[in-house]
Design a protein around this ligand. Structure first.
Ligand code: PMP
Length: 424
């Protein structure tokens, strides 16, 4: 009896496409998505009882492994105090203070319920602050599903080949200008033309929604000076990279200070949380201090705040990122060796607990380089790994995530699976 297949058939009767978020649907690789029953440490178990080493980590949050005992204990304790108050509570202050202390560019931070809410609110704030309407984003970057961002976006939008989504009014999409990632000249030229009308440049400082692409040296610095020159707000979307590539996120790694930053994933410890924060003079434009409206019935939810704080405590332990980065490095080095031995063109990218895999020997520095990657090879590799109990992101355009529970044994098991999967 295939419980998974039965559940997916039933899900399709009641849920569009059988999933509540398109990237889960295996559209990029074919086949039925896995329905998960339980998860612990580096493993997830599907409804047929098969166990997988998980390299998705709920798309980022599970940096300390699934069902981490410290996070669970914090949530259990919070449950007993009450699920939601709709009034301020200490847990919100605790998490906000942790974030502000950890990231020098954040003077004030506002909690929301998802990454999309964080980016959407940050853009509204930047527009209100500058009194300008246009924004610039980069081809292949994904900032959630708010109207302004579904223009040449990455992630599921890219996997499904949707250049712009129906339902987004043209008048809104026209305000989102796009340029290729990692091409500073292109950005300089655009800013020379329209810089005075640009409210914000929003960027994933490491692009993680078109596989994983690091910024070229000087690129983020160039963006910073253009924003200073034209009075535009620089927004780093660190929903994925925040607390993932380093404790202080990509801004710490590259030493570039944005005006606003958006967070999600890790700061919720697995519960629905997003946040945006940054310069006090800008953040003071948000209601109730200022005129830019933003709100949320469940924002700062006590369970989510407890999970987030427990997670921040865990990742603040000395040596956490050194170990995590080391394990990610072992994984990508091991996969490179496996591919080299098999004579398969392959390259990779990694920072902290985040990695990208490419079936090409070209150096991938931009969206167009992804065309050189062998997507069919990725699909075969993905399924062969899945068969052997290794769960990679089901798309050639998604980054992968390692947790602190991916110990040497887990990495070795992954590489053993890869040795045969690479021949697929
Ligand atoms: N920004 C980035 C960089 C993301 O990777 C994502 C989600 N993958 C989002 C925003 C949107 O976050 P959410 O799915 O929580 O709305």
């Amino acid at each position: 009896m295939d419980n998974n297949h039965n559940l997916f058939s039933k899900a399709q009767q009641f849920i569009p496409g059988g999933v509540n978020s398109p990237v889960r649907a295996f559209k990029g690789v074919g086949g039925d998505p896995l329905f998960i029953a339980t998860a612990k440490g580096p493993h997830m178990v599907d409804v047929n009882g098969k166990s997988y080493i998980d390299y998705i980590g709920s798309w980022g949050p599970m940096i300390a492994g699934h069902s981490n005992e410290h996070v669970l204990a914090a949530v259990h304790a919070a449950v007993d105090r009450g699920l939601s108050f709709g009034a301020p509570a200490e847990a919100e202050v605790t998490l906000a203070e942790q974030i502000c202390n950890m990231i020098p560019s954040i003077e004030l931070v506002r909690m929301v319920n998802s990454g999309t809410e964080a980016t959407m609110s940050a853009i509204r704030l930047a527009r209100g602050f500058t009194n300008r309407d246009k924004i610039i984003k980069f081809e292949g970057c994904y900032h959630g599903h708010a109207d302004s961002f579904l223009v040449k976006a990455g992630s599921g939008v890219l996997t499904l080949g949707i250049p712009g989504s129906p339902g987004v009014p043209k008048a809104v999409a026209d305000l989102t200008l796009t340029v290729p990632f990692n091409d500073l000249t292109c950005l300089e030229n655009l800013m020379a033309e329209v810089g005075d009308e640009v409210a914000a440049i929003i960027v994933e400082p490491i692009a993680g929604n078109m596989n994983m692409i690091e910024p070229l040296p000087g690129y983020l610095e160039g963006m910073r000076s253009l924003c200073d020159q034209y009075g535009s707000v620089l927004i780093f979307d660190e929903v994925m990279t925040g607390f993932r590539v380093a404790l202080g996120g990509a801004q710490e790694l590259y030493g570039v200070k944005p005006d606003l930053t958006t967070f999600g994933k890790v700061i919720g410890g697995g519960l629905p949380v997003g946040a945006f924060g940054g310069r006090k003079d800008i953040m003071d434009y948000i209601a109730p201090n200022g005129p830019v409206y933003q709100a949320g019935t469940l924002s700062g939810n006590p369970l989510a705040m407890a999970a987030g704080s427990a997670m921040i405590n865990l990742i603040s332990e000395p040596g956490f990122y050194t170990y995590l980065s080391g394990q990610t490095q072992k994984l990508v080095d091991g996969l490179q060796a496996v591919a080299d031995e098999a004579g398969v063109p392959f390259s990779s990218c990694n920072q902290g607990g985040m990695f990208g895999l490419f079936f090409t020997d070209h150096k991938v520095t931009g969206f167009n380089d992804l065309k050189h990657c062998d997507e069919d090879k990725f699909k075969r590799f993905f399924h062969a790994m899945l068969e052997q109990g290794v769960y990679l992101a089901p798309s050639a355009y998604e980054a992968g995530f390692v947790s602190s529970k991916h110990n040497d044994d887990i990495i070795e098991q992954t590489l053993t699976a890869a040795r045969s999967a690479i021949m697929a």
